[in-house]
Design a protein around this ligand. Sequence first.
Ligand code: DQA
Length: 149
Amino acid sequence: MSARNRIEVIHGVNLDQLGRRNPEHYGGLNYDELTFRISAWAEELGLKVRFFQTNHEGDLVEHLHTLEGLADAIIINPGAWTHYAWAIRDALELAALPSFEVHLSDVDAREEFRRVSVIRDLCVGTIKGQGPDGYREALTRCQTLLKDA
Ligand code: DQA
């Protein structure tokens, strides 16, 4: 059997604007710098990553629809959609892949509305408040999970 090492790293709304957003919550890296780091960590771990980012909810839903047979696990930071986008939840459920939810900021220590995640219970784990390093943790957890599967 071929190695199960394909990780789809998905970013939602406004995450293309990293670097311009509040550095207190999101740090100073822009989106390209973040994906560059994630790629380097993935390579160290022997994982293959593909990236997708959109500001259009339907595009994210349709992207999730395409993943069958193309990815072994998902790392997803839906941005503000985390808190209310039921269509994204349904599409993530349909994708039926082990998924990790990542947030740069500690969503549970901010405004009340950020404490709700409509995808959390579908995910193997949630990593929040660790900045970019949270993606390294998610990749490491994907590696362990796919190795043990
Ligand atoms: C975020 C947290 C969300 O509440 C926010 O809307 C974002 C980014 C994070 O990575 O901390 O856009 O998902």
